[in-house]
Ligand binder design. Structure first.
Ligand SMILES: Nc1nc2c(ncn2[C@@H]2O[C@H](COP(=O)(O)OP(=O)(O)OP(=O)(O)O)[C@@H](O)[C@H]2O)c(=O)[nH]1
Length: 402
């Protein structure tokens, strides 16, 4: 074997989406590679690793499976995983590493672990491993059911360690990957698949979308693709595209999928916007961005809607609220910032992206406009407004089963 870095493919996706099935299919296909497998399962017993062992005819001894339980590789197990892959690398008797991450893993820390190492770990993977492909397996059937009933997008019942909900983990995984496998296509009618694919394209314009049944793919579609690019992946979320390119603020409708950006220079009334956010239609699959809530002239409020979960709360400081010396640093680091700088209010303002299906954007835009302060309210003392948003962090506003 040569000393060139060992390529790594990471498989993400919610519980039951078909990660293990895909893994088994790929391992059983002719791929001409000696593949080592690391499986991260959150359960006490690592069922997945057992399944992989039973199904993938390991008698030849050309595949090695490392099991990791009781934690998630994006959180507690980051160091452990590096230790394992470090141990594997010492032997170097394989030429490809395939990692199945738990359904609730955040893809960015997992990718970072391979691409940039992890400070507390003894093993530094850079140079030894090279992230090749980030794959997210999407359960087409859950999407279909969610579309039909406004139910959650994922059947995953585990809660990520940082208190996020599984739907947020799924959206993160969709928004940060190179290949999206739309699995369980056998359980969904073709016209619904077209619609799901249109939604996925809007959520993640950069990813290659492949429809699968029982994880059946050509191994070359996820092994040795050379597709991974950290910076490109970090910018690939559809909502970032919408925010960064102000080419269309008018609602864009295609294949039943609508997206638009809402902007305002004046603040929202805190109660009105909180009510609106709690009542966002189920057809809005993704909402992201920041807003100015009257009375909160120090912090920018953030919104994060992923499927049925909606969070809102303090997300960062307005540059205009920082001490002058710090402001100066922002001006230098981000030329062009002055263009949108208001003489009185600086960078305070609102920019929100909404992505959904079969919804009429006009009434929502109108409702958002009604949340903006009126001329009379602009002259009022905003500190007198009741403020339903918490002070700590973005918090859950509404859940599907509530
Ligand atoms: N009908 C149908 N069933 C599938 C398909 N892919 C997987 N399954 C089944 O769905 C169930 C879950 O599949 P897994 O591969 O274990 O899913 P996973 O993502 O690895 O799940 P966890 O490891 O538990 O998070 C299994 O019973 C599979 O046989 C598919 O395309 N169609």
């Amino acid at each position: 074997m040569t000393d060139s870095p060992i390529p790594v493919t990471i498989l993400s996706g919610s519980l039951g989406a078909g990660k293990t099935t895909t893994l088994n299919t790929v391992l059983n296909e002719e791929h001409g590679l000696d593949v080592a497998v690391v499986v991260n399962d959150m359960g006490e017993i690592n069922v997945d690793a057992e399944l992989v062992e039973q199904q993938s005819e390991l008698s030849e001894g050309d595949e090695e499976i490392i099991e990791m339980s009781n934690g998630c590789i994006c959180c507690r197990l980051r160091g452990d995983m590096l230790e394992e892959v470090g141990r594997l690398a010492e032997r170097r008797d394989f030429d490809y590493l395939l990692v199945e991450s738990s359904g609730i893993s955040e893809p960015i820390p997992v990718a970072q672990t391979f691409a940039r190492g992890f400070e507390d770990a003894e093993f530094d993977p850079t140079g030894t491993y090279e992230l090749d492909t980030m794959v997210t397996v999407v359960n087409a059937h859950s999407f279909y059911e969610a579309f039909d009933s406004g139910a959650a997008l994922t059947a995953d019942e585990l809660t990520p360690e940082d208190g996020r909900v599984p739907e947020e983990a799924l959206l993160d995984q969709i928004e940060f990957c190179d290949v999206l496998l739309l699995n369980k296509c056998d359980l969904v009618p073709d016209d619904a698949l077209d619609e799901i694919e249109a939604v996925l394209e809007r959520l993640q314009p950069r990813a290659e979308i492949i429809r699968t049944e029982h994880g059946s793919i050509d191994p070359g579609q996820i092994l040795d693709t050379g597709l991974f690019d950290f910076d490109a992946a970090s910018q690939s979320a559809g909502w970032k595209h919408e925010l960064n390119h102000d080419h269309h603020h008018d609602p864009q409708e295609e294949h039943g999928v609508t997206s638009f950006t809402f902007e305002a220079d004046r603040p929202f009334h805190p109660v009105r916007i909180a009510d609106l956010l709690a009542e966002l239609p189920a057809q809005i699959i993704r909402a992201k961005g920041f807003f100015w809530s009257a009375g909160r002239e120090d912090v920018a409020m953030g919104i994060d809607k992923a499927g049925t979960s909606v969070r809102a709360g303090p997300a960062g400081q307005w540059i205009a609220a920082l001490p002058p010396a710090q402001q100066e640093r922002y001006f230098q680091a981000r030329p062009g910032i002055e263009e949108d700088w208001d003489e009185e209010w600086g960078d305070r303002g609102t920019q929100l992206v909404f992505i959904g299906r079969e919804f009429d954007a006009a009434p929502l835009v109108e409702s958002l406009e009604d949340c903006v302060l009126t001329d009379a309210e602009m002259d009022e003392d905003w500190t007198g407004f009741p403020d339903p948003f918490g002070t700590d962090d973005q918090r859950e506003l509404a859940l599907a089963d509530d």
